[in-house]
Design a protein around this ligand. Structure first.
Ligand code: BGC
Length: 803
């Protein structure tokens, strides 16, 4: 007995020891491969200031002389060349990949905890670490630091889709400026955004980070964002270049697409952004295009981006993106993020055996050095860690209000008399600020709809509030929001509510108006699904029907607020409520912004950046899109082999996706197929009305110049968006019936006020991409210029002739 006991103890001891050894070994492996493997390349903080001949500079390499790269009176090019000459090959290779994930997961010494990536410092030359962090809706860094009382919260601005719904490039630039300031003051050098992928299909889980189904809207808004952020000396990383339109198997998915669809739809938004804003960086996407990983495609990384578009900045991978490190550098993807030891070894080996030439290494290192030299870090900017979050909250509120879209309004809004408002549905109380994953922000607070309405002076109905509170108390666990890393991978979906007839009676009797909020959330790593997500759940449908019936029975009105990040079905229920406000996810001030519109403090002026279809299947892309949803599998993303599967094992819409709809994405398809939609691209109501008149079109120097008069013909001040589409009626090829070419938003026009807008379209923008000759071709003859306030509300037309 005793002996058996001793043996068991021994065995247990050995197992325990093995677990510890495996655990320590595993930690050592992960730490030295992925987290922190640049022990000899840590930032040199021992740099002295010197004054020589009356000029003060930082003697970064400690040689007591002024080197060209230390002298900020020299041009960026001169400084970069000097640095490149002074660096040895090994130092240059170190630049080509980040230093691992340590800062992102809060391990080790890092100046900015939570920053997801770095550019490696060069200690010998006193070159600083450059910090990179997400993302499109505001900066994402760790809000708390060990041993510190104070917090490092950031402003949650509205999601990208809401920003494009403003159709207001000046406003978006202002938001970008605020984001850039915030990054600068928290010591971040590059914001990993904006997102410029096209909404190919409504269920892409990351559509909320992106702008539109249309490349021109994407390009104009994206460029405004880049110009805003970069005005602060902080870089951007426009992502995910290119054709990353689904999250399902995003690290392996092969997009099968024509050159024409690439040029006219998927690349076009990026092209406009490069032309209008020359972003410091672009982030290549995870997916393959026609069989090859994007960062390994020289045609995309160099021929198109650099040669065709004259892009001057650097390209970095998405996190752990691509497969073959030297092939990525050779193709023109300059920086591998967040960097792994495996990549370091592969690059070093390739440099040694000549598969990667010194010239190729220099080309990428030069682009990276250019960013470093331009950065605030290199100017020794002393960041305050105290951005003005109050000012930024105001900008967030104003922009959210401007991007919300009034879809329906039957003499209901703005609320005139109602004092007591009944809030229905979980989301009314648990408002959603933004999507999940890397597009999320760690903000200090989120104003819920309830708080927003209270702030605006409304009373919140206590009967409906009590029912929500009981519901929440009964489902405590499901109301706990995942935080930190698990917020990236675990969706937060609190259970929905129903109301009994008695409850509804009490609510209706004690309130003046009902607001139902429909909430949706999604994020990185998974796509949405049709049932209970695109389509309303049975509970939600019942809630809308029952609530509308109960309120209407006593002549009281119901408003539906959609607090969503992507398109949902609206056609089957939109007749029931009296008003529908598409509030999107408005960032931390979302509840206040909705209240601003509902109360009439602000007249809505948002317009849809995508079509709301009747059925999902009406989208041509629906024939080729993964419909199963899913969440992010980090381990698969980092560790899975990128080896090509045999043809017969490949699964449609996972291993590969056929973009069979070609250029017919969004309204281009709905118009061509003559399909009814629930709400068309460009649509959005106002509390006032506008008239367009006096379209004048002239041609000068290969540019079409338009002038149009716009009058506020209603009773309230408001803004309107003028949208210009073109078509080629007698085209010899297959072309969309209408394509957005430019747009402009008026300032706030008082009732009766008239203004005129001038807009321009370069003639070259009327070209199509010829598959036969691999170039842009301008068809001769008549083009129709169509001006309206949505893609299906064209009010003025004129023709121009191209010879
Ligand atoms: C996302 C990027 C993001 C990066 C860093 C990736 O998983 O796809 O958009 O910038 O992580 O967080």
């Amino acid at each position: 007995m005793k002996k058996a006991f001793r043996i068991s103890i021994k065995i247990l001891g050995i197992i325990f020891l093995l677990i510890i050894i495996v655990g320590l070994g595993g930690y050592w492996y992960i730490n030295s491969t992925f987290l922190s493997f640049e022990k000899d390349y840590t930032e040199n903080s021992d740099i002295n200031e010197l004054t020589i001949d009356g000029y003060t500079f930082l003697d970064r390499n400690g040689n007591s002389k002024i080197d060209i790269y230390e002298d900020d009176r020299k041009t960026t090019d001169e400084r970069v060349e000097d640095l490149l000459n002074q660096m040895n090959l090994e130092e240059k290779i170190h630049l080509l990949k980040g230093s691992g994930m340590a800062s992102a997961v809060g391990i080790g010494n890092t100046a900015v905890p939570g920053a997801v990536g770095t550019i490696v410092p060069t200690p010998r030359l006193g070159i600083p670490t450059i910090y990179l962090s997400d993302g499109p809706a505001g900066l994402r860094i760790a809000p708390k630091r060990e041993g510190e009382e104070r917090t490092y919260y950031c402003t949650a601005f509205p999601i990208g889709t809401l920003l494009s719904s403003t159709w207001n490039t000046n406003l978006v630039k202002e938001i970008g400026t605020a984001m850039g300031t915030e990054a600068k003051e928290y010591g971040i050098d590059v914001i990993l955004g904006p997102g410029a992928n096209i909404h190919r299909h409504p269920l892409c889980g990351r559509n909320f980070e992106y702008y539109s189904e249309d490349p021109v809207l994407t390009g104009f808004i994206g460029a405004a964002m880049v110009n805003g952020i970069e005005s602060q000396g902080v870089g951007t990383s426009v992502k995910h270049f290119v054709a990353n339109n689904q999250e399902t198997d995003r690290n392996f998915n092969d997009v099968i697409v024509t050159d024409r669809a690439m040029r006219e739809i998927y690349l076009k938004g990026f092209e406009i952004i490069v032309e209008k804003s020359q972003p410091w960086t672009i982030m290549s996407s995870y997916n393959k295009v026609n069989g090859t990983y994007v960062p390994e495609r020289k045609d995309l990384m160099t021929d198109i981006l650099r040669d065709d578009w004259q892009y001057q900045g650097l390209v970095m991978t998405d996190w752990f993106g691509g497969d073959n490190a030297p092939a990525m550098i050779a193709a023109g993807n300059d920086l591998l993020e967040p960097g792994t030891k495996k990549q370091w070894k592969a690059l070093k080996k390739a440099a040694e055996n000549g598969t990667l030439s010194e010239e190729e290494i220099n080309t990428s290192a030069r682009r990276i050095l250019r960013l470093i030299v331009q950065s605030k870090k290199m100017q020794n900017y002393q960041y305050s860690n105290n951005p003005d979050l109050d000012v930024h909250a105001k900008i967030a509120r104003q922009s959210a209000t401007e991007g919300m879209i009034l879809l329906k309004n039957e003499q209901t809004l703005p609320i005139q008399k109602a004092k007591n408002i009944a809030l229905l549905g979980v989301t009314s109380f648990d408002f959603i600020a933004g999507g999940t994953g890397s597009g999320d922000v760690n903000e200090a607070y989120t104003v819920s709809l309830e708080e927003g309405l209270k702030n605006a002076g409304f009373e919140i109905n206590q009967a409906s509030k009590k029912i929500f509170e009981t519901h929440k108390a009964n489902h405590k666990e499901q109301f706990i929001k995942p935080e930190g890393f698990s917020a990236m991978t675990t969706p937060y979906i609190p259970p929905r509510m129903t109301y009994t007839e008695t409850e509804l009676k009490e609510i209706v009797a004690s309130s003046d108006l009902g607001i139902i909020t429909i909430g949706r959330n999604s994020g990185e790593g998974g796509d949405r699904v049709e049932v209970d997500d695109f389509l309303l759940s049975e509970k939600e449908q019942n809630m809308i029907t029952k609530v509308c019936e109960a309120f209407h029975a006593v002549n009281k009105k119901v408003v539906v607020v959609m607090n969503i990040g992507g398109v949902i079905e609206t056609d089957s229920w939109k007749t029931q409520p009296d008003a529908i406000l598409l509030a999107w996810q408005g960032g931390q001030e979302g509840g206040n912004s909705v209240a601003d519109i509902i109360s009439g403090k602000v007249n809505p002026s948002g317009k849809l950046p995508m079509t709301f279809p009747i059925n999902l299947n009406d989208h041509a892309s629906n024939a080729n899109f993964p419909m199963e949803g899913g969440t992010l599998d980090m381990l698969k993303m980092i560790f899975s082999s990128r080896e090509e599967k045999p043809e017969h094992e490949k699964i449609k819409n996972k291993d590969y996706t056929n973009y069979e709809e070609d250029i017919y994405v969004g309204y281009r398809h709905f118009d061509k197929a003559n399909l009814d939609v629930s709400y068309p691209f460009g649509f959005g109501l106002s509390y006032t009305t506008f008239d367009l008149s006096n379209l004048n079109v002239t041609m000068k120097n290969d540019t079409i110049n338009l002038m149009v008069t716009i009058t506020n013909s209603g009773d309230l001040a408001g803004k309107e968006v003028v949208q210009v589409y073109t078509s080629k009626p007698d085209t010899k090829i297959d072309r969309p019936l209408k394509e957005l070419r430019t747009f402009a938003k008026t300032k706030s026009l008082n009732a009766g006020e008239t203004t005129s807008l001038t807009l321009q379209i370069p003639v070259s923008e009327l070209s199509y991409w010829s598959e036969n000759t691999s170039q842009w071709v301008l068809e001769k003859g008549i083009y129709s210029i169509q001006v309206g306030t949505s893609s299906r509300d064209i009010q003025l037309k004129m023709e121009v002739e191209m010879n």
